[in-house]
Design a protein around this ligand. Structure first.
Ligand SMILES: NC(=O)c1ccc[n+]([C@@H]2O[C@H](COP(=O)([O-])OP(=O)(O)OC[C@H]3O[C@@H](n4cnc5c(N)ncnc54)[C@H](O)[C@@H]3O)[C@@H](O)[C@H]2O)c1
Ligand SMILES: O=C(O)C[C@H](O)C(=O)O
Ligand SMILES: [Mg+2]
Length: 617
């Protein structure tokens, strides 16, 4: 078969799936029309309203589009078919390495579609999320951020720089949408495991919001990616003549906080109901800003809180995969490599979960601490550590206790694994290959019947190990999860080693959507816990026993709906829910579980072209 006919076959199978997965994508009169205040070329240049060749003849007449488009009116399915031929030329599984140019080429093609026709873009993304999430999100988004100055064509989102101090309150009115539901903001200081990428980090905010639209059904007209450019400490970018951001060192201390404070005040003044997700801030600021804002604003930190929930769900899955009840979780010995925003977030949440299972009192909380061994760049953290980070202090091992185990301050990861014989080895270190052959060999001494490895660092090259390495050294009786997507491993004995993707994408969209629809003014620990428990309970006993502890990404819209419903339910129980639009809090309280899920479903946006009607402003 020629490559062209193969492409056409692939395209037509996609088209069939598109027909099946969504009811209608037509400009039918059955849908409520959208009012536009522009006509003619202004519409074609507006990705929120543009339908390209799918504008019907009556719409072309009504909106002064006649003569501005080729005469043949295409159906949305035909439009996608044409688009797919272009995209499929680069069909590869997107991974770092030799396929980078292909992954970037696919990102470019998708990005151009995003720029000209958002409805069609999200139609494609939702229908083929498994294939294109690795392009618009992790791992390719990392590569995109690294190359953003060269890839930048049309601006997307808003930029606030240190030079805008005193102006932000008026600047927010430059954004065209009167309603914004969701902001993802970064300062670019720690993009995935790639370090300080300065202004180029905007790519991650865009990628996260793509998932808000595709997975949570947020309306793309009401999401806003934001970059806070307070400079960069990346020497390469400071010297690069093509760099798009401020070429000065990062602001620090009070000056930095003043910029963030002004930004938060400005966006919440214009959009009082917005939710702000903090993303990829270096650990130094991630915790401080979370503490500063979480009781004042509707905000959360995805790397600290979203990751924690996903890890808890995975850790509980790993217990079930051993054939044990979840309540056995407090017996697990867990070695964590990495004590940054993500690692500490996971440790705190795991300790609290154990404590709850042990009786939810102070002594339970205290004893849960001894289940964790934390290794950072300087080795095992003990109370002997000089200038210990206060966030890591609660997890520092007591010197005597470490000594009894044959360990000391600064012991290497391999020594720790050898001595502790952990049930779980979890990496959030951003160091690719940290789980070396030696470390994996040491894990063979694990006292678990089914050891679990979480190589959660991103993107692909930063994963602490690959699934091939883990399965080939430890055999098939392990649980494996990674932050970036990897293929399952053929174990060559007729069995498959399952690779789970342990990524916060399974929670942040549902946390945001649930918060929005509950109308809660803050995002409580209980709401985050409810999200994690929902994800943990999502997998069936049978799936978990087969080693599948997270759902496939093709189910992300369904899991997000359920997570959002769990968040709403908890907000109601904590008396935080203030309602959303027509749904007032009293009515919200009357809904049963199924009705809450239906309420979420009914408020999820789907990519369908509305009929456009012009109205003079
Ligand atoms: N899978 C997910 O959902 C998810 C979520 C959040 C973060 N992450 C990933 O986690 C990684 C870390 O993020 P962060 O914000 O915590 O970063 P960070 O830079 O704040 O923390 C990194 C930590 O790793 C430690 N470290 C460095 N070298 C080490 C070594 N050789 N051995 C052991 N520890 C070492 C550092 O001391 C530090 O404590 C990133 O790669 C990020 O992409 C993944
Ligand atoms: O962005 C991701 O894929 C997960 C996480 O937020 C990260 O920072 O790595
Ligand atoms: Mg992140």
């Amino acid at each position: 078969m020629s490559s062209f006919s193969r492409q056409m076959r692939l395209s037509s199978s996609l088209i069939k799936r598109l027909h099946r997965t969504t009811r209608s994508f037509t400009t039918t009169e059955g849908h409520r029309p959208s009012i536009v205040h522009k006509r003619s070329l202004d519409i074609l240049h507006d990705p929120w309203f543009n339908k390209g060749t799918a504008f019907s003849m009556t719409e072309r007449d009504r909106l002064d589009l006649r003569g501005l488009l080729p005469p043949n009116v295409m159906s949305p399915e035909q439009q996608i078919e044409r688009f797919m031929v272009d995209l499929k030329r680069f069909e590869v599984i997107a991974r770092d390495g030799p396929s980078d140019p292909n992954a970037l080429a696919m990102w470019r093609i998708l990005n151009r579609l995003h720029d000209r026709n958002e409805t069609m873009y999200y139609k494609v993304l939702i229908a083929k999320i498994e294939e294109y999430a690795p392009i618009v999100y992790t791992p390719t988004v990392g590569l995109v951020c690294q190359n953003y100055s060269g890839l930048f064509r049309r601006p997307r989102g808003m930029y606030f720089s240190a030079a805008d101090r005193g102006e932000m309150m008026s600047m927010v009115y430059n954004w065209p949408a009167d309603q914004v539901d969701m902001i993802v903001v970064t300062d670019g200081s720690r993009i995935l495991g790639l370090g300080d990428l300065g202004v180029q980090g905007i790519g991650i905010a865009i990628g996260k919001l793509d998932l808000y639209v595709a997975a949570a059904g947020m309306n793309p007209q009401r999401v806003l990616p934001v970059m806070i450019d307070v400079g960069t400490n990346n020497d390469k970018l400071l010297k690069d003549p093509l760099y798009l951001g401020l070429q000065e060192h990062r602001l620090d201390g009070e000056e930095y906080i003043a910029v963030l404070d002004e930004f938060m005040e400005s966006v919440f003044t214009r959009w009082p109901n917005v939710i702000v997700q903090f993303e990829d801030f270096q650990s130094k600021w991630a915790f401080k800003l979370l503490q500063r804002y979480r009781n004042r604003y509707r905000m959360f930190n995805d790397d600290v809180q979203g990751t924690a929930g996903v890890a808890i769900a995975g850790l509980l899955g790993a217990v079930r995969a051993q054939g044990k009840p979840m309540i056995d979780f407090p017996k697990q010995k867990i070695v964590v490599a990495g004590a940054g925003s993500a690692g500490i977030g996971v440790l705190n949440a795991a300790r609290k979960t154990m404590a709850r299972m042990l009786g939810n009192n102070e002594s339970a909380f205290d004893s849960a601490r001894s289940q964790f061994w934390v290794v950072d760049a300087k080795g095992l953290i003990t109370e002997e550590r000089e200038n210990i980070d206060p966030d890591a202090l609660p997890f520092a091992r007591k010197v005597n206790e470490a000594g009894r185990q044959g360990l000391r301050e600064g012991a290497s990861l391999v020594e720790v694994v050898r001595q502790v014989k952990p049930d779980v080895l979890l990496g959030l270190s951003a160091v690719g290959g940290l789980f070396s052959e030696e470390v994996l060999e040491a894990l063979k001494c694990s006292t678990s019947t089914r050891p679990a490895i979480f190589a959660m660092s991103n993107p692909t090259k930063n994963a602490e190990c690959t699934p091939e390495e883990a399965f080939s050294i430890l055999g098939e009786n392990i649980i494996f999860a990674s932050g970036s997507p990897f293929k399952d491993v053929d174990l060559e004995n007729g069995h498959i080693g399952h690779c789970n993707q342990g990524n916060n994408m399974y929670l942040f969209p549902g946390i945001g959507l649930g918060t929005l629809l509950s109308g809660s003014r803050v995002i409580s620990d209980g709401m985050l816990q409810a999200a994690a428990e929902c994800l943990a309970a999502y997998m069936t006993e049978e799936e978990v026993l087969k080693g599948t502890i997270y759902p496939p990404i093709s189910r992300i819209r369904d899991i997000t709906k359920k997570v959002a419903a769990a968040v709403i339910k908890e907000a109601i129980e904590e008396d935080l829910a203030e309602g959303y639009r027509d749904m007032d809090p009293r009515e919200l309280r009357k809904l049963n579980n199924e009705e809450i899920v239906a309420y979420v479903q009914n408020n999820m946006w789907s990519p369908e072209y509305p009929t456009l009607v012009y109205k003079n402003e």
